[in-house]
Design a protein around this ligand. Sequence first.
Ligand code: FE2
Length: 670
Amino acid sequence: MVEYKVTVSTTNIATATTFSNVFIKLVGTDGESDRTWLLSLKGVASFFRGAVSSFTVSCPASLGKLVLIELDKQRLPFIPEDSWFPAKVEVKSPEGETYHFPIYRWITDNEVHRFREGTALKVFDDNHHLGQYSREQELNQRAQDYVWDVYAEGIPHIIKAESPSSLPSEVRFSFTKSTEFAYTAKASLTELNLKGLDDCTERWDDLDTINRVFCCKRTAISEYVQQHWKEDALFAYQFLNGVNPMLIRRCTVLPRNFPVTDDMVCLHGQGSLGDEMKKGNIFLCDYKNFDGLKANTINGKKQYLMAPLILLHKTPEHKLMPIAIQLKQTPADDNPIFLPTDSEYDWLIAKIFVRSTDFNEHQLNVHLLRTHLLAEVFAVSLLRNLPMVHPLYKLLVPHTRYTLQINLLARIRLISESGVFTQFTSSGGEAMATILKRSLASVTYSSLCIPDDITERGLQNVPNFYYRDDGLQLWDIINRFVKGVLSYYYKTDAEVQKDSELQKWILDIFEHGFLSQPDKGIPQRFTTVAELIKFVTMVIFTCSAQHSAVNTGQYDYGGWMPNTPTSLQLPPPTTKGTTDETRMLQTLPDVNATVQGMASLWLLSKPSSDFVALGQYPEEHFSEEVPRKLIKDFQGELGVLSAAIKIRNQSLEIPYTCMDPAEFENSVAI
Ligand code: FE2
């Protein structure tokens, strides 16, 4: 007889414990063990949360190289079926070799579940017939568990699921996170002391009253924003380092529908507009995707949503300042070009209309579509096409954590018919689908890859652009890590080309995420290792750093409503000289729309307690030395960048923290 020492670790999260009897079968190249009941002196405590328990499995002869294990649990009489969350199983063979079996899955039933040995294998490396069989079985099951669904025509496809509880348990929130999220969603109005205001359909009388509501919950940045929201410098700064750094671009030729002339603008002592454009000192923000949309109706009142154009100038002091705003796309006498030299309230109301459109552009395009919905496509495609033993599954699965569930909750609570977004923002309702559709049509591959995006938008030399500075460094660090891991598993381009699972993954993304649009540069197959590395870098960057860049500051910049109104309820002035403070207050959203917006932004920017920072991989999917060492190097580089960002931030008036890798998660999880 020979003996195998089996060590089973149960994850240390609430409800991971099972009271059931657990059975294991070891399967190797030379045979398999009996299905063996795992008994130890710990008795029923063997599979409690956090337990690491050892057992012996005896066999008549060596099983050869271990290929997989089979695990099942059988409940005790009179005890209901429970859910078990094993982390991993380690098996020491009589030959002295240790085999690792990563699990990190809920086992909720009494069926037999197979788990592969941790060495990553591509489909053409998987030579053992049992390995191949379990690979096929796993993918067949996944294709049934993760089914594509169409949410609306022209936007990325989603996972088919009625409610969070209908999602496969492996992708659901941990107990801690789900109770916390439910609690927060319900309680954020209470927490912000806004209860009672959420059914008030009155307008605000003055800014002081808004301040009394806002002062219950402030952050250092939201307080700064409240003090400086009327200033041009902060208005311009937000196009670089606010929650939407994705729209601004260098302007080399004025758009024909934005007839700004030299005598209109003040160029801070510099030459003509033409000269300054040549020097690269003029920038443009164009919300053309918002042209011709029908705005929402809130509290029975028609709302207004503009499609503005904004021109900005880089001053000799290296500051970005707005120099002209036109609120509608078509130039006309009743569509004035507003200027900083106009009266205080003419200029301020123009900026407020821009900020309100930016709120809607940010939430639907930059945040929902370009991070949440794309992350869902990456996740569903991964789960459908790559088995756990595939190296890309091991690399990417930590970057999909909680994404399917958070998106499902967002669809139910934010953008459904009764959702907060639908009810209280100017783009809620009919306009939403159009904006999402136009946004997807404008997504290109290069706009998702920050080095290409910054070059294409001509933003290489803009001063004080921390989204770019931190983002480019993060991209490089992620890219080095991805290159290390993928070059280890793919030695030649031919290996990439013949990996049928990998090719199905990218084709699924092309078809279901980008709706097979051929002219956007999105790959539909990989021919080289380099193409694969770039795409996977983009996936990790989008799910982690990019999501944080557009998510974290939402309350900082939106908590003080006048800086980011979710909707506006009077039309913009058609002539100058007609706006005063009263008209501005009448234009701002009603009390209930304001507090619902504040509560949602508070909820969405709150870090969760089971936060896992970029590059931290508590689940050990890789068992080979090379990828494990690359993970350590990755963590080291992220640590150095985090320290440098913290030092840089000490000298900034507004610290830019949302791309500090110690402060954001591996995945879209909120
Ligand atoms: Fe988010």
